[in-house]
Ligand binder design. Structure first.
Ligand code: FRU
Length: 506
């Protein structure tokens, strides 16, 4: 009997742990995070054979950065994720840094070993192999839908004998029937473009940069083509360049350039000194798009890491650390300042809607009365609030609100959107965490705020999606109030809809 005691105790411990897994205080309930362990950048975003793949920078052995490998999860709707075993592990002291994945539809690489009769395809991952002194670009092939990968014998496929040279993102350039890789020279603030017909031999095409924000290292580039505006055939190219530090709010952030890629070089439509930020929050980084989407789905999906290198290793979550922000659908639209990226949360989010509250034409006090009467409080919420600013100096919502805690989502009459998390809850883990993030916002007669709340986050989309602020917050469980407010004059609630959002975890 005695012999079984430790095993029984271990089993009891395991059962206790598994009961609470995914129900921890700050576990995001409809954003991806690994069950345990650490994540940073999303990697290898590709739709293939009915699954959206999310590979991610992962430390399989701990909840802080280290032993970088590609973790793996799959989803049908970009919301419900199934975590799978590590797809590409660190090996022989070489870490697997960020990169991308493509479908090699016709076995151009000669590496596919498909067993399906009419489908010669396989998945190819292109990643950076990292040691303390060298970063190179490498290939791995999967013939089992991303479950396992075999490293290519001819690795590395690109080696400049440099310490910093990383994050290859490969796209298909149809006019020349070739793949194009964007890869970063972080310290030079340059993106290099390489071309290849077989994913194995790569020829240098051109370089872009420095331009835009160059306050830190350039990382995780992404080059893709999109329709330039609704209802036109015009196409534009977008080049995303993540930068850390030197982001818009300090630390890590995502910038983008709009222009033309001619098969060889990227030509920026805007002056080199202009910076366009994709997100004005503190916690959005390493964002990259999907290589492919399901047949008939023209959406361009973007996923970013929900953190900032200033304090990523210190966030107070357990037993995991790091998460992905909500997947976004991208559009380009003309604005008075030029063509800009517009973003909205993935449309499948509506499938998670629970109870709804709706109201129209209310003053602030009666709107709050209704929110309270209908029992609308909680940490998992989608809110679409349209305000009529009137004479107010400031208006918006207080969320994750308790006796002393609140996160404020506000608009000021001088044309700014902000999220203030100075009193949002736990923030003692880093002096860089508390603060107020502000973005310029064009105001009209009405101002609409589209807000996603999860147990430890707030994401705000405004100005038709031209402005986004993504922030983590760590409120007490009891701080689950929601109120609208106005200061220095009367604003009205023209309309307000909110839905409770169901958890995606079992
Ligand atoms: C960006 C980054 C990448 C690198 C990876 C390492 O967050 O620094 O440049 O490949 O993280 O985990």
């Amino acid at each position: 009997m005695k012999r079984f005691l430790p095993a029984a105790a271990a089993l009891a411990g395991f059962l206790a742990a598994s009961v609470t897994l995914y129900h921890e205080l700050w576990r995001l309930q409809y954003h991806f995070s690994p069950a345990r362990t650490w994540t940073n950048d999303p990697n290898g975003l590709v739709w293939y054979k009915g699954e959206f793949h999310l590979f991610y920078q992962n430390n399989p052995f701990g909840d802080k950065w280290g032993h970088m490998s590609w973790g793996h999860a799959v989803s049908k709707d970009l919301l419900h994720w199934k975590e799978l075993p590590v797809a590409i592990p660190e090996e022989n002291g070489i870490m697997i840094f960020s990169g991308s994945a493509v479908v090699d539809a016709n076995d151009a690489s000669g590496l596919c070993q498909s067993t399906e009769p009419n489908d010669p395809s396989c998945l190819i991952a292109i990643y950076t192999g990292h040691t303390a002194t060298l970063q190179t670009q490498n290939i791995a092939v999967s013939n089992d839908r991303g479950r396992t990968f075999t490293k290519y014998k001819g690795n590395p496929v690109l080696d400049l004998h440099m310490k910093d040279f990383r994050d290859p993102k490969v796209t298909w350039y149809a006019p020349a029937k070739k793949w194009v890789m964007a890869v970063s020279l972080p310290n030079e603030h340059k993106i290099r473009f390489y071309g290849s017909k077989n994913l194995l031999q790569w020829a240098l095409l051109s370089e872009f940069g420095p331009a835009g924000a160059t306050g830190g290292q350039w990382e995780c580039p992404d080059l893709f083509e999109m329709s330039a505006a609704e209802k036109t055939d015009a196409r534009k190219w977008v080049l995303i360049v993540n930068v850390n530090p030197g982001g818009v709010q300090g630390g890590s952030a995502v910038q983008y350039f709009v222009g033309k890629f001619d098969g060889t070089a990227f030509h920026n439509d805007n002056p080199a000194e202009q910076t366009l930020w994709a997100d004005w929050g503190k916690d959005y980084y390493a964002a990259v798009t999907y290589y492919d989407s399901p047949p008939g789905d023209m959406s361009k999906y973007l996923i970013g890491w929900f953190s900032n290198w200033e304090y990523a290793n210190d966030e107070p979550t357990a037993p995991q650390r790091g998460a992905m922000a909500i997947p976004r659908e991208l559009m380009l639209r003309g604005t008075p300042a030029g063509i800009r990226l517009m973003q909205r949360p993935v449309s499948s989010l509506a499938t998670l809607h629970g109870t709804e509250l709706g109201m129209r034409d209310r003053d602030i006090a009666s709107a709050n009365q209704d929110i309270a009467d209908k029992g609308f409080h909680g940490h998992q919420m989608e809110i679409i609030a349209t305000f009529e600013p009137g004479s107010a100096k400031e208006f918006g919502l207080q969320v994750h609100k308790g006796a002393t805690e609140r996160t404020v989502v506000g608009v000021t009459s001088d044309g700014h959107l902000y999220v203030d998390r100075t009193k949002s809850g736990r923030s003692d883990f880093s002096p860089k965490f508390p603060g107020r993030q502000t973005a310029p916002l064009r105001l009209g007669k009405f101002v609409t705020l589209h807000i996603l709340l999860d147990t430890s986050s707030v994401e705000v989309f405004a100005g038709d999606g031209e402005r986004v602020i993504s922030d983590r917050v760590f409120p007490a469980a009891a701080s689950d109030g929601i109120e609208v407010f106005s200061n220095g004059g009367a604003a009205k609630v023209a309309s307000l809809r909110m839905w409770k959002i169901n958890s995606v975890w079992p």
